[in-house]
Design a protein around this ligand. Sequence first.
Ligand SMILES: *[C@@H]1O[C@H](CO)[C@@H](O)[C@H](O)[C@H]1NC(C)=O
Ligand SMILES: *[C@@H]1O[C@H](CO)[C@@H](O)[C@H](O)[C@H]1NC(C)=O
Ligand SMILES: *[C@@H]1O[C@H](CO)[C@@H](O)[C@H](O)[C@H]1NC(C)=O
Ligand SMILES: *[C@@H]1O[C@H](CO)[C@@H](O)[C@H](O)[C@H]1NC(C)=O
Ligand SMILES: *[C@@H]1O[C@H](CO)[C@@H](O)[C@H](O)[C@H]1NC(C)=O
Ligand SMILES: *[C@@H]1O[C@H](CO)[C@@H](O)[C@H](O)[C@H]1NC(C)=O
Ligand SMILES: *[C@@H]1O[C@H](CO)[C@@H](O)[C@H](O)[C@H]1NC(C)=O
Ligand SMILES: *[C@@H]1O[C@H](CO)[C@@H](O)[C@H](O)[C@H]1NC(C)=O
Ligand SMILES: *[C@@H]1O[C@H](CO)[C@@H](O)[C@H](O)[C@H]1NC(C)=O
Ligand SMILES: *[C@@H]1O[C@H](CO)[C@@H](O)[C@H](O)[C@H]1NC(C)=O
Ligand SMILES: *[C@@H]1O[C@H](CO)[C@@H](O)[C@H](O)[C@H]1NC(C)=O
Ligand SMILES: CC(=O)N[C@H]1CO[C@H](CO)[C@@H](O)[C@@H]1O
Length: 720
Amino acid sequence: MGHLNFLDTTPSLPFLFLFITILVASQIPFGCTRQAHSSNFTCIESERQALLQFRDSLIDESNRLSSWIGEDCCSWDGISCHKTTGHVVTLDLRNLKQPETYETYNTSYHCRSCLAGDQLSPSLVNLINLRYLDLSVNNFSGLQIPTFLGLLKDLRYLNLSSAGFVGEVPHHLGNLSHLHGVGLSNARDGFLAVSMLPSLKTLDLENCRLVVPHLLHVNFTSLSSLKLGFNQFLNPTLPPWLRNLTGLQDLGLSYNNLDDKFHDTFRQMTSLVNLDLGRNHFDTSTLRSICNISSLTGLDMSDNELQGSIPSEIGQFPQLTVLKLYNNRLNDTIPSSLWQLTKLQTLYIDANALTGELSEHHFAKLKELKRLDISDNLVSLHVSSSWVPPFQLQYIWMGSVKIGPRFPNWLRTQKEIEELNMYNASISDAIPSWFGVHSNDTGGLILSGNKLEGSLNSDIVQWMTLLFFFLKKKFYATAADVDKKVVQMWYLLLNHNHFTGSIPEDLCKLRTLIYLDLSNNHLSGRIPLCLGNLRYLRILYLGSNSLYGQIPGSLGNMGELISLQLSKNRFDGKLPPSMQNLKRLRFLDLGENRIADTIPAWIGERSSHLEFLTIQSNNFHGGISNTLCQLPYLQVLNLAHNDLSGSIPHCFKNFTAMESTEPGTFPYSNISYLDPVLQNFKAGIELEYSKNLPSVKSISLSGNNLVGEIPDEIMGLVGL
Ligand SMILES: *[C@@H]1O[C@H](CO)[C@@H](O)[C@H](O)[C@H]1NC(C)=O
Ligand SMILES: *[C@@H]1O[C@H](CO)[C@@H](O)[C@H](O)[C@H]1NC(C)=O
Ligand SMILES: *[C@@H]1O[C@H](CO)[C@@H](O)[C@H](O)[C@H]1NC(C)=O
Ligand SMILES: *[C@@H]1O[C@H](CO)[C@@H](O)[C@H](O)[C@H]1NC(C)=O
Ligand SMILES: *[C@@H]1O[C@H](CO)[C@@H](O)[C@H](O)[C@H]1NC(C)=O
Ligand SMILES: *[C@@H]1O[C@H](CO)[C@@H](O)[C@H](O)[C@H]1NC(C)=O
Ligand SMILES: *[C@@H]1O[C@H](CO)[C@@H](O)[C@H](O)[C@H]1NC(C)=O
Ligand SMILES: *[C@@H]1O[C@H](CO)[C@@H](O)[C@H](O)[C@H]1NC(C)=O
Ligand SMILES: *[C@@H]1O[C@H](CO)[C@@H](O)[C@H](O)[C@H]1NC(C)=O
Ligand SMILES: *[C@@H]1O[C@H](CO)[C@@H](O)[C@H](O)[C@H]1NC(C)=O
Ligand SMILES: *[C@@H]1O[C@H](CO)[C@@H](O)[C@H](O)[C@H]1NC(C)=O
Ligand SMILES: CC(=O)N[C@H]1CO[C@H](CO)[C@@H](O)[C@@H]1O
């Protein structure tokens, strides 16, 4: 899927501090649950004291443990006791208040509902019958997993996921001896230990950097769920012991570079319900062998080595609801049997080489379909303008599918759209006025690379405004709510079309936008001042239009901006001083305008993370100051075709990123069509870099009035 993964790669987001996801549960019944406190026992005094001591070692900002008072600790939140013995058996302090996506945009987000602390009280070991311990989604940031957990001999369920813990899982963790966590040399023994547990039901060791042995006698044959994604298998071929896990329903092996030489491992695993094999080296024969597992409801073979046609046996999964075959080399037409999978809810077959013309009758039986991605194949969609699809889609991804020339009328029937992507879909039409009226929770809209025409005022913004008011009505939102989060659009990409008119002020109401691309249209006028209200914006592309006037100072309010492209317009005047607030900028392209300014000192002094800086073909004048040298990550510096004078600073040697040929890390959108295009003048030839941008390193200074010699030090920048 090409779903804007760049958002996930940004390291500054909170809650990406998930160091450990080790989960072991056994089938042994807990004897009691939360209602257990209705028994006659109050709690055992020593355990009550232990809990209080434990509480005192925690920082509980939002007072989640306010119920931890009084004699009966069995009635406290998160605690339950055994029905007959009164011992505490469950301590569940999972933080259910996940940070809202809105809050996660805020990089200074602080998790109030998280329990925190720099030392956990070992008093917990007095809870001698504790079986269930869940500390997940809290903030024990950087704390080692407490070794005393190993003394909790009865523990059956331990969840430390997303809690910030680091380090080894301690030895002697009840029956789970020697289980190891992230990045440990001796992890192999950890897997051996758990594989001996005959009653283990669920084993979730995803992303633990475990070494998984190939030959192994396994006793954990009661397993019904095994997740081993993102680990390291000693042998790339599927381990034979998998075949002994005949009761397995849920198997996750993604991201392991595995193959299946003999194509017979899955054949016997007839109780499988959910199979995730994404990001491995499985081929079409493996897919065929899987097609015998008629109980399957979910199959992910994305990013593998599937080639040739989709096997017609794919129709043998009457229960299939999720099918992901994207990023393979499948070709030929889609077999008719696939369209008989009437329970399908998710179908992702994008990024293959599938061919053919899809029409109404293909989709006729897919009544349950919610998510569809057929982008980046060689298919077209030909339906009548009166088509009423049997489904209500939430995700529609049809990039590079031939849909036009008319705007698809059937979208009118789709009332639950959250994401719509029809980039490069050969649509040459105006956006009709009905469009979007029914959508109420759109996450994003991509219509880039078509020939959409008309002004944004009369068409698309009407759509957005309608959306806006619809939402307002729907949720009876107060102004404050609207201000906060009601309009949930995350990205709006309308680049490479034929839109005319000015940038409408209504756009500024889309407060939650993080990615806005209006580049390569025929937009004119000034940038509306209110655009600065889009405080969460990270990417703003307005290049290749006919915009003019001064760059408004309000852009300085966009403190999260990492990528700003205003090139190929007619902006003039000076750069506003407020731009010095754009401290996170990594990509700044102001090329081909009429900006008349000196190179401001904040470039370097404030925006020190810049990797790409191009101001070429403007009226920048004055000297190149040493302040510019404070850009250690700079890979591309293009000052060509300005009125710069003076000499080339010796301190250019400080551009240390240019000393190596290592590509940069800039998190471009992974939708290659939308990658920013950097115009770079070199020997008079205009080069367009897009996909390989991260590996470009260059300095262009031509077409100025610079004098003197090229400093020797620049010779050290061997990456150029
Ligand atoms: C709880 O108390 C009630 C009456 O006070 C009694 O009938 C019942 O047997 C008790 N239950 C246990 C588990 O002791
Ligand atoms: C981010 O959160 C902090 C504290 O929660 C708050 O003071 C600040 O105003 C927020 N920033 C934005 C841009 O909303
Ligand atoms: C987690 O705790 C650390 C250290 O106490 C703190 O710096 C950080 O801001 C906290 N993170 C969140 C999301 O609250
Ligand atoms: C562990 O906790 C996380 C976060 O609360 C949760 O998403 C996950 O499902 C839990 N794992 C198991 C196996 O219960
Ligand atoms: C699989 O199970 C069979 C008998 O059920 C046993 O003989 C064999 O050793 C097991 N293989 C592995 C790899 O555990
Ligand atoms: C594995 O299971 C077999 C049969 O249930 C048992 O004899 C053997 O002792 C077990 N091995 C371990 C190490 O628990
Ligand atoms: C697939 O299943 C069918 C019927 O259930 C069976 O006849 C056939 O042998 C199986 N094929 C393989 C390759 O196991
Ligand atoms: C499909 O791919 C297979 C294997 O790569 C190739 O042999 C075959 O010629 C291709 N078929 C078409 C129609 O392109
Ligand atoms: C646009 O779609 C056509 C197929 O309709 C495809 O050949 C072309 O490569 C696509 N262009 C881009 C930039 O994705
Ligand atoms: C709109 O949003 C509401 C609340 O999230 C949801 O229940 C509903 O299904 C959505 N769609 C329509 C058409 O109302
Ligand atoms: C260049 O780097 C050196 C060493 O890191 C530093 O001392 C110097 O101040 C830098 N020069 C400028 C102009 O930033
Ligand atoms: C090391 C350890 O705690 N082993 C225990 C594993 O579980 C069995 C049965 O529940 C106990 O008898 C062992 O002592």
